[in-house]
Design a protein around this ligand. Structure first.
Ligand code: FB9
Length: 515
């Protein structure tokens, strides 16, 4: 059982007291004779040195130590000595097979070679016979010298033993110790706190205080930690700001069906607007419609009769439907409202780039990668004569900022964009294509009723925050990332990720996390 620091300190002080110095702490042995760990001794020396009771210097030396194999040879004799023993005992000589049977293949192999070299044995018509009556196991003696002295006078032999992996160099550290100015054999307990009583009584004057250890690592401050999702959100926000985007205000989870659906030319009977996809608010019953009644009418008209080159949906547009309140199913509702304001801004439309990152709610069946809510990352760019090529080009630029390249685009459908495309990236970890987002050119049926000038096109795209976060942090199940099962340790201990930097674990684990 390792001696306590206190008992080590008193051993050192009593030794110093008797011997006035300790030339090498290797000589120190614990009262129960167990060899003392030099590192533990160093701990005891440090606290005594801090109190100027002693001073010490390091003694580093390279000592040669025996490898486990060499320990075996030291204990049972060298291979060649063992072979010689067996051959000597076999008066009629011994076949190789018999020798191997007796000492094993490896010993027979290694031992023979050395025994031959030492002319201890020889081959005689197919049998091994002894050449001498007795031998001195030089190897064993050499290993013994190394064991006892940590070295070997004959450097050549030492090099050979090293080559045969029988010895290894070990740096050993010990200490030479001298008495210090405040040497004493008793350790006075050092006060660590200056108390009011000490000051009142003045006892502090003759009290010895423990020195401040300014190198001591402070107690890690129990501080908050950003949730990994928020760390990745910051990465996305930086990417958008870098590209000159403005952030849209997203502080409203409850949206009217007008801004969440109708203004985006999503027909009122579209399945996405059913209970099983959207959370409808029971109370209050309905939302006030936008004050711009003409705009609402234009939206109703384009649904019913079309316009702007569209034939519309040709169904009776119901005001009560458009007033229904919902938990927003996408942040595209915010984009729509911002685009409307852009179209009606004093001084008229100006090209703009906006983004939003916030929670959206979908009444969907939850599974390992889906909850009834997720964070949507969305970008929109409004400018004259934007094309599908601009969208594709921009996607490459945008995703390249997070280290995602080699994109593929697959035609898709959204009620509010035409053409629409799903975006895929080839994932080296998974060795397959992963869907990393959705995008499109907003439909004129959505943009023109707002009053956006002819020729203005708006490209938009979106992805989730959860997917990249799960991939970057190697999380397979979304419940490890969100919800009551999340380990706070995971939150507190995870460093912020750099979206554009491949993280070790991530490369490996990414496999499992992807869709
Ligand atoms: O995030 C998604 N995938 C993804 C993203 C990033 C990633 O890692 C990056 C490497 C670092 C890995 C995967 N998806 C979008 C794709 C799929 O996960 C998809 O199955 C699930 N989607 C969500 C919706 O689920 C119902 C992700 C979410 C999504 C989908 C579409 C939009 C936004 C989020 C959109 C949009 C849009 C389109 C046009 C105009 C404006 C907005």
């Amino acid at each position: 059982m390792a001696p306590s620091t206190e008992s080590l300190q008193s051993l050192i002080l009593t030794t110093l007291d008797t011997d006035s110095s300790i030339p090498d702490t290797l000589s120190l042995t614990s009262p129960d004779g167990t060899t003392l760990e030099q590192l533990q001794i160093q701990g005891a020396l440090n606290s005594l040195a801090a109190r100027e009771m002693l001073t010490y210097k390091n003694i580093t030396r390279d000592t040669w130590v025996l490898t486990p194999e060499a320990e075996g040879l030291l204990a049972e004799g060298s291979y060649e000595a063992r072979v010689f023993e067996v051959v000597r005992a076999a008066l009629e000589g011994l076949t190789i097979q018999d020798l191997q049977a007796k000492v094993g293949k490896e010993v027979a192999g290694l031992g023979q070679k050395a025994a031959f070299r030492n002319k201890w044995i020889k081959q005689d018509n197919g049998k091994l016979v002894k050449c001498v009556d007795e031998v001195e196991d030089v190897t064993q003696a050499q290993l013994k010298e190394v064991k006892e002295t940590g070295n070997l006078k004959n450097a050549k032999v030492l090099a050979d033993l090293k080559k045969r992996k029988l010895v290894a160099l070990q740096k050993s550290l010990s200490f030479s110790v001298e008495k210090g100015p405040k040497f004493s054999t008793t350790i006075q307990k050092l006060e660590t706190d200056l108390t009011a009583e000490m000051i009142a009584s003045g006892s502090w004057r003759k009290t010895e205080f423990k020195k401040y250890n300014f190198n001591a690592q402070g107690v890690p401050p129990a501080g908050g930690a950003l949730h990994p999702l928020m760390k990745v959100r910051e990465e996305f926000r930086n990417i958008f700001f870098e590209m000159g985007f403005q952030e849209m205000p997203t502080n409203k989870f409850v949206e009217s069906s007008f801004w969440n659906f109708d203004a985006l030319f999503v027909p009122q009977q579209h399945p996405a607007r059913d209970m099983q996809d959207t959370f409808f608010i029971k109370d209050p019953q309905g939302a006030g419609l936008p004050d711009d009644k003409e705009y609402v009418q234009r939206v109703a008209d384009v649904h019913e009769k079309g316009g702007f080159g569209s034939i519309g949906y040709r169904y009776p547009y119901k005001e009560e439907e458009t007033e229904k309140l919902v938990l927003r199913t996408h942040t595209t509702s915010i984009s729509t409202n911002i685009l409307y304001k852009l179209a009606n801004a004093p001084g008229g439309f100006k090209p703009a780039k906006y983004f939003s990152i916030d929670r959206v709610f979908r009444n969907e069946s939850v599974d390992a990668t889906h909850l009834a809510e997720f964070h949507q990352v969305e970008g929109v760019i409004a400018d004259y004569n934007l094309t599908l090529g601009d969208l594709i080009g921009f996607m490459e630029t945008f995703f390249a900022k997070m280290g995602v390249t080699n994109l593929r685009f697959k035609a898709a459908y959204n009620p509010y964009t035409e053409p629409s495309m799903e975006i895929f990236s080839y994932h080296s970890g998974l060795k397959r294509w992963v869907e990393i987002g959705n995008s499109g050119l907003f439909r004129p049926e959505m943009l023109e009723p707002m009053g956006l000038p002819k020729g203005v096109r708006v490209i938009g795209w979106g992805l989730s925050l959860e997917r990249p976060t799960m991939i970057k942090y190697g999380v397979d199940n979304i419940r490890e990332l969100l919800g009551h099962k999340v380990s706070l340790g995971f939150i507190g201990s995870n460093p912020a990720v750099r979206l554009d930097k491949k993280m070790g674990r991530e490369a490996v684990k990414e496999g499992a996390a992807a869709e």
